[in-house]
Design a protein around this ligand. Structure first.
Ligand code: ATP
Ligand code: MG
Length: 417
């Protein structure tokens, strides 16, 4: 794509009321637009990042048998009343409205109850189980505070998966497979080494629930981690957990973290309230086991922006960057343009996403934008590089600038084995 075709422009300043680093950078680089506190639009560049993150998650969810669907944002009050979660006392983040005829409706902050109500139509026998479904869906939550940029939105993209089983053992086994899939996802997203799985904080479900917490200064949670990184305990359950593991609290140090994922075993709790049963092999009936598995897609994007950035801007990993290559031409020399369009075509044909900065702007401005945008590879074509039969190359993570051949460029882009 050519830069001149993108409507967004980079900015020197973020909005004065934007305090978080992730949103400041993403707004300045033209990835997101702030509608209001906790509410962001994802612009073409930002959407590409979200799609790249989703694609990794989707592959891993499909690999463990997940079926993708999309559920509605408008939700049925009666479904939530069946488990007592329509009330504000039970759920403090509801957005609610009503239809013109006065019927109350809710805006989906979760789909645990709706998914069970929907599944009731399709599962009758133990033979219909297990079932595992997931979606990428925009959740709406009336969060009290929204100060962490896209890491805490009032409207945000979540991947939520739900698995239904006919036995505890089957649910337990699948839950462990999801944990492994989550580890692969966070590894592939480049935050695996900094992501810890912990018992969840607070609530009645602590023992049946795990959180995936990523070390991040802008995070809102605190983990206590051992020097070797083998033990990580949530602050809220510190005493209980250290006692259970048998480790001295004093050996753990606090670090700030962001909860990027959360998984729960509900067992039959919800299906009992909602009356969701299947026929068993011996002619009886039993309640269905449910587990649910979330990942905060837009929060992950915020965490990556926070962790993978420097004073100049964003520093995306290869597989998440909206474009792998930032190609820029200096001047409007015919030979320069012609070499650039050849390279652009060549790389595009090799499935490398290239943003060609074809704007007639000062080199300094273009380089500052290249750093702010944060694509992994910067390639410059100018009268000088032409003369030397080479292109100028800089990796976003390095300060070194090299004059290299097109073959060497392809080598650095891993196109030549
Ligand atoms: P938190 O404690 O951060 O409010 P939660 O326990 O409410 O999270 P879940 O309901 O389990 O979170 O949602 C699943 C995942 O969705 C979370 O692990 C997190 O990554 C993400 N998430 C939750 N709330 C938000 C939000 N307001 N903005 C962005 N992502 C969120
Ligand atoms: Mg919450």
């Amino acid at each position: 794509m050519k830069y001149s075709q993108i409507f967004t422009k980079t900015k020197k300043q973020a909005p004065a009321d934007e305090v978080s680093k992730n949103a400041q950078l993403l707004i300045r680089a033209g990835y997101v637009y702030k509608e209001m506190a906790g509410v962001y639009d994802y612009l073409p560049l930002g959407l590409k990042v979200i799609e790249n993150i989703k694609s990794i998650i989707r592959q891993e969810m499909n690999a463990i048998g997940g079926d993708e669907l999309v559920m509605s944002s408008l939700q049925n009050k009666a479904v939530w009343e069946s488990t007592g979660r329509w009330s504000e006392e039970a759920v403090d983040v509801w957005f609610k409205s009503s239809l013109q005829d006065g019927t109350d409706i809710g805006f989906g902050w979760s789909h645990e109850e709706p998914i069970l109500a929907m599944m009731k139509q399709y599962i009758e026998s133990y033979k219909d189980l297990p079932v595992s479904v997931y979606q990428f869906q925009t959740k709406m939550r009336n969060e009290l505070r929204a100060k962490s940029g896209i890491m805490r939105g009032r409207e945000f993209v979540m991947k939520d998966m739900y698995s239904l089983h006919s036995s505890q053992e089957d649910m337990d086994k699948y839950y462990d497979r999801v944990i492994d899939a989550y580890k692969r996802i966070f590894d592939r997203l480049g935050i695996g080494d900094d992501t810890y799985i912990t018992f969840a904080s607070g609530g009645a479900f602590t023992k049946f629930s795990h959180e995936f917490q990523t070390v991040c200064d802008a995070g809102e949670d605190v983990l206590y981690i051992s020097d070797d990184g083998q033990v990580a305990v949530n602050e809220e359950v510190l005493d209980d957990a250290t006692e259970e593991i048998g480790i001295d609290k004093a050996l753990l140090s606090p670090v700030k973290t962001a909860e990027v994922g959360n998984i729960f075993k509900f067992g039959t709790e919800k299906s009992e309230k909602m009356g969701i049963k299947v026929n068993t092999s011996d002619g009886g009936e039993q309640f269905v086991y449910l587990a649910s598995y979330g990942i905060g897609v837009t929060r992950v994007m915020g965490v990556i922006a926070e962790k993978m950035s420097d004073e100049k801007g964003l520093v995306w990993p290869e597989n998440i960057a909206p474009f792998r290559v930032y190609l820029t031409t200096i001047g409007q020399d015919e030979a320069v343009i012609s070499q650039a369009s050849e390279l652009y075509k060549d790389l595009t044909e090799l499935s490398v996403e290239v943003l060609w900065d074809d704007r007639d702007a000062r080199p300094g401005e273009k380089f500052a934008d290249a750093d702010l945008l944060g694509f992994p590879h910067r390639v410059v074509i100018s009268p000088k590089t032409l003369q030397q039969g080479s292109v100028e190359y800089k990796a976003r993570t390095s300060t070194e600038v090299d004059l290299i051949s097109i073959d060497e460029l392809k080598n650095r882009l891993n196109l030549i084995n």
